[in-house]
Ligand binder design. Structure first.
Ligand SMILES: Nc1nc2c(ncn2[C@@H]2O[C@H](COP(=O)(O)OP(=O)(O)OP(=O)(O)O)[C@@H](O)[C@H]2O)c(=O)[nH]1
Ligand SMILES: [Mg+2]
Length: 371
């Protein structure tokens, strides 16, 4: 299933503009169709130079990049967690996301109305955080009630486990901290919180600082951006500066015009790519490739997934009837120049189901399914 990123933030901070920049810049090489499935949902290709390089050796094959889904979620306001604005409806959309991209405004300009009447990204991020935490506290208190009897009276093990974990979480959230920073717990607990409790503040979270210009000098001089950085100094938080409006304009140019335009303005032109790649890293994702009769395709997997699990990402039959995987690396492909040369130099490895696929592996899965 495709990974979903929800774009959140206060109203009017540039969420839809970011959504447009992401989706319209994502028409990749060849004929991969960009699809807007719903007005606020788009498919974005993951930029990967390796796919293009592979494509040069197989000019007759289509190139299919890995993709993520992005959701443009309407602005959250103070009180959203108690139903203010369209409160709960948005929160439900956020709950369905695997990760959150929060846009915070770091650009000046009186012509763009700020719901809080001044530009202050740190304050804005706190408003949003508080709403997410309040919504989670409500979720937790409902769950707490549900498991309390089972845990206390019946001593049912899962209920006892949940009961204790919920208690820890509630104490943490009540300090104004998001669930994702809950300290001193096991990775299994973290997994459990994410999968079972559906807490919004537990989800991986990236901040996009929406700046007017994102070249180095502009960023240094942008006091809003700097105060945001300063405020998050001691937290492990990803803040990616993106000149969202510029990027949305750049997205409409073709490659050569784009380069020319970038050289005229104070923008790196890399903000969007950097954002997607950071999101990938944050979620511990990587890419393997398959070369078929019609296409070369990039697939997203989670670091630590086995050959068999990765085969299952392509088709459940591949996983069920997995026999072996023939694997070579992208680096070897570049070094030796062709699949033939890879075979001749012994760089094609035969791997079993437990082999852990690595970023840049090029895989051919052998499988056999008897009906
Ligand atoms: N000057 C400037 N304007 C921007 C920037 N980013 C967005 N805007 C403008 O801000 C306004 C609001 O942008 P949107 O992308 O619609 O904001 P939004 O967060 O989706 O707003 P809601 O959907 O209403 O919550 C638009 O007029 C944008 O052109 C920026 O970096 N600089
Ligand atoms: Mg919008």
């Amino acid at each position: 299933m495709a990974l979903r990123f929800g774009i959140i933030g206060l109203p009017n901070v540039g969420k839809s503009t970011l959504f447009n920049a992401l989706t319209s810049s994502s028409v990749p090489a060849d004929n991969y169709p960009f699809t807007t499935i719903k007005p606020n949902m788009g498919i974005v290709s993951v930029p990967d130079e390796r796919l293009k390089i592979l494509g040069k050796s197989y000019p007759h094959l289509n190139l299919i990049p890995a993709t993520i889904e992005v959701y443009d979620i309407a602005g959250l306001v103070k009180g959203a967690s108690s139903g203010e604005g369209l409160g709960n409806q948005f929160l439900a959309q956020i709950r369905e996301s695997d990760a959150i991209i929060e846009v915070v405004r770091c650009f000046e300009g009186d012509e763009i109305i700020h719901v809080e009447h001044s530009v202050d990204p740190l304050r804005d991020s706190e408003i949003i955080e508080l709403e997410l935490i309040m919504a989670d506290l409500e979720t937790l208190s409902r769950r707490h009630k549900k498991v309390a009897t089972k845990a206390r009276v019946e001593k049912e093990p899962t209920a006892v486990y949940e009961f204790n974990l919920i208690k820890k979480l509630i104490e943490h959230l009540q300090k104004g901290e998001p669930a994702r920073t809950l300290p001193d717990i096991y990775p299994n607990d973290r997994e459990y919180i994410l999968k079972q409790f559906h807490l919004i503040s537990a989800k991986p979270h990236i901040y996009v600082a929406n700046v007017e210009s994102d070249d180095e000098t502009s960023l240094k001089n942008n006091t809003h951006y700097q105060s945001l950085r300063e405020g998050f100094k001691h937290k492990q938080t990803l803040i990616i500066p993106v000149a969202i409006k510029l990027e949305s304009e750049l997205a409409l140019f073709d490659e050569s015009d784009r380069q020319e335009y970038i050289s005229l303005i104070d923008a790196s032109g890399e903000g969007i790519n950097e954002l997607i790649l950071s999101a990938y890293k944050l979620l511990n994702l990587a890419t393997f490739f398959t070369i078929g009769d019609e296409e070369i395709r990039a697939w997203t997997f989670t670091n630590g997934q086995s050959a068999r699990e990765c085969a299952g990402l392509i088709h459940t039959d591949f996983e069920r009837g997995f026999i072996k995987a023939e694997i070579f690396t992208f680096t070897d492909f570049v070094t030796y120049g062709s699949e033939q040369a890879i075979k001749e130099t012994g760089k094609l490895n035969i791997e079993g189901k437990d082999y852990l696929i690595k970023d840049g592996d090029i895989a051919f899965f052998k499988f056999n399914v008897t009906k």
